[in-house]
Design a protein around this ligand. Sequence first.
Ligand code: GUN
Ligand code: ZN
Length: 452
Amino acid sequence: MTEQPGPRDTGSTGTTGSTGTTGTTIVLGHVVTPASQTSSQTPGPTHLDIPDGAVAYAGGTIQAVGAADDVRASYPDAAIVDEGDRLIVPGFVDAHVHFPQVDMIASPGLELLDWLENYTFPTEARFADAAHADATADFFTDQLIANGVTTACVYSTVHPESVEALFRRALENNLRIISGKVCMDRNAPEALLDTPDSAVADSVDLLERWHQVGRLEYAITPRFAPTSSDAQLAALGEMATAYPDVLIQTHLAENTGEIAWVGDLFPDAVDYTDVYDRAGLVRRRSVFGHAVHLSERELTRLAAAEASIAHCPTSNFFLGSGMFSLARAQELSGLRIGLGSDVGAGTSLSPLVTLNEAYKVSRMLGTPMDVPALLRLATLGGAEALGVDATVGSLEPGKDADLVVLDAHADANSAVLKRRADNAVNTGELLFALMILGDERAVTRTVVAGDG
Ligand code: GUN
Ligand code: ZN
């Protein structure tokens, strides 16, 4: 009888979940990856480009990355997967996404606060039904893999069952999922409210059972300041102190109406960032979604705390929230920045599509990103933002074997992408064409911890 993956029994320290295959596998192709020895703030060579390359892995861990001949010589008995001249890149990292919102993505006509009230909250209320949560978690995790996303920082709903559903499914797929129960005790429909005490009790219970089971991690998840009382933020801050290494995720300074409301709700706070700071929620591995409209003081404070920002360009355009300046934020050392789809305000789970919008934002702001910076944002940058760069985000020995094969000539791709790829004169042009013209149809293989 095979053991079913599941949560830890409270009190035990063991972990469960798939451990990947034991023999060595080599994938041959055109390897392109950021390199983690150089930080995003330091100029210099930041990525590898190996046209006749190979990645060897065993037991879910990368053993070697290099020229195909060298890697093959080192592992003569390895199983070979020949991807020809297709690109092999690290598994993508989605630093901010709401899994329940796949049900209402592309809901028209409203800005953030009205969009939440009219579309988001009614959709999330359905997750009181565990069967619905299960079905949506299945769909969502399948879509992550189809889009080449192997690591994601995910909001569930206020219902603990929604987190259970996501973690259960992610454990079966061996995805690196960081998620938590959304906490909100005011300014939302009654059916979606918790309390300061129940928010902490439910969060701790989930954390104790699921944190670091397989590749899963728990995240303390106040939705955003307007839906939490001071008491709830303080209670979650206390929880954060008790679990100093646990990730915290929330939203920050996304929309000007939201910021004005936060000013009314928290008159004693210096600014929006200070609302979280006073509660002890600004630190390393605090991941703030959006952060579009931050003052110099706030950005500097986030950098000093070594906190992170999830840049969510499709969402910021879709809700008309504004344009986040990555260049401005990157001037401050310490700040870590990843790419977020922010589905369902974001309009695609595809990191390629999201990078298209990230490029356009950077272009609009007069600080255009180059191709290595774009690839980094969706991989190693996101891993750094989530504090998981020791294990994912780049193709390097010792890291998890999460990789994605991109094929500009996959049958389903547009004729325009195929034609542009034919005319690409170098790797940068080919990758850029995939980012600007491609989507999940260009993802022809996703290897998750050595499986796939
Ligand atoms: N702010 C608070 N909740 C949300 C959400 O679900 N989506 C977005 N984009 N912003 C938020
Ligand atoms: Zn969000």
